[in-house]
Design a protein around this ligand. Structure first.
Ligand code: ADP
Length: 261
């Protein structure tokens, strides 16, 4: 029997990329799912890909930066399922742009989704998860939560914050609720549409960044990334590195802004 069989698991950003693959694989492993994304159409597609092979699936069209909506979503999931065992705080947006070119709103948006979204998901689901015999909180940072690069100040700030928040939460759980395992994920070079939907401030060559991501940097399939994340979560690993190697870090640094090549 798989670790996630019969467990109630929430996944944010389940409409695309790694979040979609997490949802599909969790469903295959017998989990009941609460799938969260701001994009209803994308969530519908994930659910149709899962098909009928699974346990119960709930779908919530919610922006992870909306604290009240996230709390309502966690409460509704608990009411419907009677328990919650895990949350994967995976939703994220990419932004690149020099500090001088980036607007304050760009910084705020990246922090709201990538950092506050993780805080909201952790705080909303934790009161239910610590009632589980074996709970998991899995927060997705990035290779940019481990290293910095020019042009990534907003993204770096948010992803470093996710790492700091998650590592402290892990230590807290070891003391207060040791049955809750906390992991921080550091993906790099995953083949998703994140570059295509990214906001990028001038003077970055948007097309060049997208092409670099999609043709040379992104080599790890989201399906593979999800497998690695699920295995790491089950083992309760503090840090789960996915596709993050020296080559990726070097490549990301080189393409991070047209002014730096
Ligand atoms: P990756 O899998 O690399 O993180 P994707 O862009 O493929 O990148 O997937 C990210 C998912 O997160 C998308 O389905 C997107 O709709 C979702 N998402 C982005 N921002 C939010 C948000 N504020 N609230 C909820 N979901 C979001």
């Amino acid at each position: 029997m798989s670790y996630f069989d019969g467990r109630v698991v929430a996944v944010t950003g389940a409409g695309a990329g790694v979040g979609r693959q997490l949802a599909i694989q969790l469903a295959r492993q017998g989990a009941s799912l609460s799938l969260i994304d701001r994009d209803q159409h994308a969530l519908n597609q994930t659910i149709s890909l899962i098909g009928t092979q699974s346990g119960a699936i709930r779908m919530s069209v919610v922006d992870v930066s909306d604290r009240d909506a996230m709390h309502a979503c966690a409460a509704e999931t608990f009411d419907a399922s009677g328990s919650i065992d895990a949350v994967f705080n995976n939703a994220g947006v990419l932004y690149t742009g020099d500090v001088l070119d980036a607007e304050f709103d760009d910084f705020a948006h990246v922090m709201r989704v990538n950092f506050w979204g993780v805080v909201n998901g952790s705080k909303a689901f934790l009161p239910f998860i610590f009632r589980s015999n074996e709970g998991n909180i899995v927060n997705v940072s990035s290779a940019f939560g481990l290293m910095s690069a020019p042009g990534y100040s907003a993204y770096n700030a948010a992803k470093f914050a996710v790492r700091g928040f998650t590592e402290s939460l892990r230590q807290e759980m070891l003391i207060l609720h040791p049955q809750v395992k906390v992991s921080c994920v550091f993906p790099g070079g995953i083949k998703t549409s994140i570059a295509r939907t990214a906001r990028m401030a001038a003077p970055i060559d948007r097309q060049a960044v997208i092409e670099s991501f999609e043709h040379s940097i992104a080599r790890t399939e989201p399906e593979k990334a999800a497998q690695v994340i699920l295995r790491g979560a089950k083992q309760g690993r503090p840090r789960i590195l996915v596709g993050t190697d020296a080559r990726i870090i070097d490549a990301l640094t080189r393409i991070s802004g047209s002014g730096y090549q």
